[in-house]
Ligand binder design. Sequence first.
Ligand code: SF4
Ligand code: SF4
Length: 476
Amino acid sequence: MLEAKEGGKGGTCSELATTLKNALDYDHLTNCMRCGFCLPACPTFRETGIEAESPRGRIALMKAVADGLMDPDYAFETQMNHCLGCRACEPACPADVKYGQLLEQARDSVELHTKSHRWWVKLARRTAFDGMFPHQGRMRLLGGALRVYQQSGLRKLVRGSGLMRLFPKHMEQMERILPDASYRGVAEQIGSLHRAKGERVGTVGLFRGCIMDVLFTDTNKHTVELLNAAGFDVVIPETQNCCGALHAHSGEQAGAKALAKHNIQAFRAAGVDWIASNAGGCGALLVEYGHLLHDEPEWAESAAWFAKRSLDVSKLLVEHGRLQSAAAAAVAASQAQGTAAGCGGSCGGGISFASADKVRITYQDSCHLRNVMRSPEAPRKLMRSVANAEFVELYESDRCCGSAGIYNLTQPEMASQILDHKMDHVKRTEAHYLLTSNPGCLLQMKLGIEKHGMSGKMEAVHLVDFLHERLCKTER
Ligand code: SF4
Ligand code: SF4
């Protein structure tokens, strides 16, 4: 809660008002013409119907503070925290209001002054933001500890003892769907340099991600193999670290900036043509390093270099990789019939995908991949290219699933409500596979499938893993 009286680091609400006035970009605030076009795109507005839970309402709150018309109170803080940060309001906005930037400026200011964190929340935040995410070695240790828990029988014991019932329900649900962790990341498992197969089209630096690399190490390995097959040399700079997205979205701008600088140096030193991300949440911050460091002119050129080269792996494959033509893929489709997996080895030049069995697939957009990286088409092109796979569009696939970084842990009720509506639409697709391009969305979709009794009928899978499994044999 924000306190009105003086004390501690925070001081008074008026001090917060001053901080906000200095931090908020007034041009962006006044760009909002209050048309309301963004309202139907906003999940929290659609769930509640409350103006203050909409982008227009939140911008109005920020502007009222910037104009000195109101003192930011607990309700102000609550509205900033209720926002998913999905940024679905941005593509819907005819005035190009940079809502995501305003939100980060507001959250950063609130974080400086808030009194609402209990001591253990503060401790958990400091441990995560300062002690864990920036240190990949520690993340691997954490992965190792989780692996011991998962594989030693301890997990069975804990579940059997009913101990998990002492935790909030959403934590208990999350524990059940966590993938097997690893104490060795992608570079430790397969090395950090991987040569292209066939004609080379360029060099890609793999952004491995901090959580991604211990919970989804196989997806990172599969990303390398797909890129190699499509003609890219892949390097995995070992000095890279967390992208800083969780910091930036939680009002920890200084931490996010430090991580960004470290990554820029690591990838520049590696001399790459592109930087590939396989997590929409990370990729969205990578392409915004220029904005993140906009007030540090000495970093402007390097940050622009980095942002310009950062692409989601799907876009990299579609726009720069060696992909087989549609006609050749159709031949692969007929050859795929009756084979155990893939096209049977006669795909010719370029990468192609084929499923041994006829499958129906659908796709939940990663909000950040769609709304920030503005790349909704590349994943769909890849899915449509898979022989023997029928792609069905998920109704409102562009609407957030409720995962939103750590939103499903900090705002479990709203996240659960959003997920339930999402799963109603997912059920109607009758798909065998629910694909997505971000680890947080993937876990949320796994949770939805389990919660809605669809396990065994539908599986949530990362797009990269789905494609890798169906990569034609000659390209592996
Ligand atoms: S669509 Fe843009 S200009 Fe219109 S109310 Fe929303 S943020 Fe403001
Ligand atoms: S970021 Fe998402 S939840 Fe927040 S105001 Fe925009 S559309 Fe609504």
